[in-house]
Design a protein around this ligand. Sequence first.
Ligand SMILES: [Zn+2]
Length: 507
Amino acid sequence: MKKELIRFLLFTCIVTLFLGVCFTSADFFAIPVAGVKDFLVVAAQWAMVMVALFLLCVGLASFRGLFAIGLPLLTLASATLAWFRWTLNATLTPMILDAALENDWRTSGDLISVGLVGGLFLSLWVAGGLVYYRWRKITLRRPLLPFVCGVVGLVGLMQVFALRRPISERIPFTLYFSTVRYWQEKQIAQEERIDLTAGAHCEEEELTVVVVLGESVRPDHLGLNGYSRNTTPRLAKEEALVSFPAIYTEQTYTNRSIPHLLTRADSSDYERAYTEQSFISLFRACDYYTVWLANQEAANTYVYFMNECDSLFHVNIDKSSYVFDRWVDGDLLPLLDEALRVERPRKLIVLHTIGSHWWYNSHFTDDYAQFQPIVKSKVISSCTQEEMINSYDNTILYTDYFLSEVINRLRDRKAVLLYQSDHGEALGEEGVWLHAAETPYTHQAAGFVWLSPAYEQAHPSRLAILRGNASRPYRTDYLFHSVLDAGGIQSPYFDASLSVWRSNEGI
Ligand SMILES: [Zn+2]
C-alpha cells in the first residue's frame, strides 16, 4: 500500500511539473528581475502555485477515469492560456473571457495561428501519454483518500487571503476564477434598473444632441492633440471644437467601459453601471426622441441601454471573424440622416462606432491608407510595430473623416456633439498590444466636444468655459453629467462639478 502511494505521488509530481513548467511558467517569465534575490522571490511565487497545482493533480489523478477526462481538458486550457501569455503578453480576465465568449469572435478568431494549433497538439500528445500511464501502470486501491486530501487541501489553501489572488490569477487557476467573476458580473447586468427620471426637466425648446461612442482611440494619436502625424486634418479646422486630451478611463474594454460611460458609475461606485438606468432615460423623460445607431453588436453589459432608446438600428450585422472586407463607420451616415429627418424638436442620437478596433485594416477605406506599410497578417505576432501603428493611424484618419461628416450634418442646426472613446489602445509598448490589458495607454481615451453656431449663439459663454477646462484632467465619469448639461436637462442627479460646461473654479 505504502509503495503504491509513493508511486502515485511521484507520478503526480511529474504531472504537476509538466503543467507547471510548460504552462504556468509563462505567467512568470515577463516579471522583470534585477538580480538573484528578485529571481528567488519570483521562483518562490512559482513554487507556491506549484503546491496548489500539485493538490489539484492529486485530486484529479486519484480516479483514472477522472484523470482521463480532466487532464486533456486542463492541458488544452493551460496550453491556450500559456500561448497567449507568451505571444501577446495577455492574461485571462473576465473582460477577455467576455470577448471570447460573447462579443468579439473577430478578435478571438484572429488570434488562432499555426503555432497555437501545433502547440496544442503537442501538449495533448504528452497528456495522452500520461493518461495511458496512469490507466495501465498506476494502481490505487483506495482512491477516495488522495481525492479528498487533494480537494480539501486546495480549497483550504485558497482560503489563505495572501495566497488567494497570486494563485487564482495564474495558469491554470485563472480559468476557473475568471469564469466565476464573469458569471457574477452577468447576474448583476440582468437585474432591474433604478429609474432616475424623477424631477428631470428640460430648458431647451429645440436641440440635437449627438453622443459618439468611440472605439480604442487614444488621445496622443490625434493630430489636434499635438501628435506628430496630422491624423485629424478636418477636425483640427473646427473652431468650435474643444478637445480634452487628459481623460482617464477606469475600464479598458468595451463591455465594461460603455456601461460606465452612460451611467452615473464612477470609480467609487462602479455598481451603478449595472443597477441604474443611463442618461438616455432622462432625455426620454424630457421628451427627446432618442435613437441608438450601432456599428457594433450588442453585448449583455450594455444591451439594456440600447433598448432604453425609442429606436435602435444596426449596420454591418453580417460581419464576422471570417469576413475580412470593409467595416467602416461611414455606413452609419445614412442612418444618421434618417434620424435627423425625424420630426421631433429635441433629439438625442447615440452613435456606437467601430472606430479603431483591431483588425485595423477593415476600418478605413483605401483613400485613408495614407501611412504605409500597413499590417499584412492577422496574427499580431507576425506584424511589426511600424505596420501596426501605421494601420492604427489610418483608422484615426478615417475617423477624422467620419466625424467631420457628422459635424457637417449638424452645422446648420442647433446642435452639440460629444465624442468619447471607450478606452485607449496599447501599440506595442512593453510588448503589449490592443486593449483590455493594464497599461497606461489603454486607460487614456480621446474625447472632445463640438458646438454648432446656433448652439454657440444660444449659449454665448459656453465655448470659453470649455476652452478653460480643456487642460483639466477628467475621468470618464464626466460624460453622464456633461451630456445632461449639454441637453439642458435639470435633474437631482446632475453633478455640476463633473460637467465640462461649468467653470469649476474653487470646486
Ligand atoms: Zn472598445
